[in-house]
Design a protein around this ligand. Structure first.
Ligand code: G4P
Length: 341
């Protein structure tokens, strides 16, 4: 698995102890050049984003990099995201004139639709080129995305064998080889690695929640405390159910995330001598279970001006108070206010 720590020039911590990704301009320019070189070879770009964080896992420069070339947005890891919000995201992309599809690359869901859409987008371009006198050839596509988004998993799935291995540097691809995808197109067998956004603190946080920034690279404590705060505000019932947190009539989850962490650790029996909660073990448990979708299937980034799906989901989840509804909009990372894809 490629890791953002290995691709970033530096990973610093904000005043709150949250990870901030730093890229140097020279490194970025080189990565852009390498991607641009590969882009010349293809008719369509398959842009992978993480369905749980379509904003944080997207590269804001991609549009500029690919110009007028058709692009298909693939919301990967759909099995871990909220199905309702994934549907909203697809509707949103389509409203922006972009083709989009949701998939679970290792599981295979959505792959047939992806092949069909890619072939359609790519062949439109090759036909136009042929009409202008270019030699007939199979349409060509390439996969682009930030580290850990599932590029290798998707290429392997499409190729039907274990093949793709990404280099750990943005934009880098090895020797070029093409995989023929039946009824579809030729796929560049090496993905292009993009870098995530770096100027938005929420990005570092969300990439840590999902594990795209590895736990070894950061202090996980502030990350887990933020995550618990987000879950408590938006989906308290999921936490209560998963960790069997028995609350008395009228009692709510502790406001203090550290107290909530300790409550969960105690319930799971993660205790040291003297009955002290082993926070480290509890933090690891929470991150592991969140990433595996065991607490719930969540989408942290919401499409612009589309909060209804989250509202309904959260209300069903015991977070229906007015205060919680307000908090949710902020907890969702203000995706609606972030730049459109
Ligand atoms: P990359 O090339 O973009 O860096 O990503 P890669 O395919 O290596 O995938 C990163 C991790 O995400 C892998 O897990 C992979 O199995 C998982 N993954 C990819 N697509 C999906 C998906 O649609 N759903 C789910 N649930 N997981 C997905 P890993 O723990 O690093 O490795 P492993 O479990 O495959 O051994």
């Amino acid at each position: 698995m490629a890791d953002i720590k290995e691709t970033a020039d530096a990973l610093s911590l904000s005043a709150e102890g949250l990870p901030t990704i730093v890229w140097y301009p020279g490194h970025m320019a080189k990565a852009k050049r390498l991607i641009a070189d590969n882009l010349k070879l293809v008719d369509v770009v398959i842009e992978l984003v993480d369905a749980r964080i379509p904003v944080a896992s997207a590269n804001p420069m991609l549009k500029e990099l690919i110009g007028k070339k058709p692009r298909l947005i693939v919301l990967n890891k759909m099995d871990l995201a909220s199905p309702a919000v994934t549907k909203d995201w697809i509707g949103y992309y389509q409203s922006q004139g972009l083709a989009a599809v949701a998939v679970d690359a290792p599981g295979g869901r959505g792959i047939k639709g992806l092949v069909k859409l890619t072939a359609k987008l790519a062949s439109g371009r090759t036909r136009r080129l042929e009409n202008k006198g270019a030699k007939a050839r199979a349409p060509r596509a390439m996969v682009l995305g930030i580290p850990n988004v599932g590029k290798s998993s998707l290429i392997n799935r499409l190729a039907g064998r274990v093949k793709a291995k990404a280099e750990n540097r943005p934009g880098v691809t090895r020797a070029k080889q093409w995989i023929h995808i039946e009824d579809g197109f030729d796929l560049l067998d090496m993905p292009g690695i993009l870098w995530p956004k770096f100027d938005d603190p929420t990005v570092g946080l969300y990439l840590s929640y999902t594990g795209a920034i590895s736990d070894e690279a950061i202090d996980t404590e502030p990350v887990v405390l933020h995550l618990l705060g987000w879950l408590r505000k938006n989906f308290p019932r999921d936490l209560i159910t998963r960790y069997k947190l028995e609350l008395a009539e009228g009692e709510t989850l502790p406001e203090d995330s550290m107290a909530l962490l300790e409550l969960i650790g105690r319930k799971r029996g993660h205790l040291e001598k003297g009955g002290i909660v082993n926070r480290d073990k509890t933090k690891k448990l929470l991150l592991k279970e969140f990433r595996a979708g065991l607490i719930g299937k969540y989408t942290l980034d919401l499409p612009p001006e589309k909060t209804e799906a989250r509202e309904t989901e959260a209300e069903d989840n015991g977070a229906g108070s007015k205060e919680n509804r307000v908090n949710r909009k902020f907890a969702a990372g203000g995706a609606g206010q972030r730049p459109a894809p």
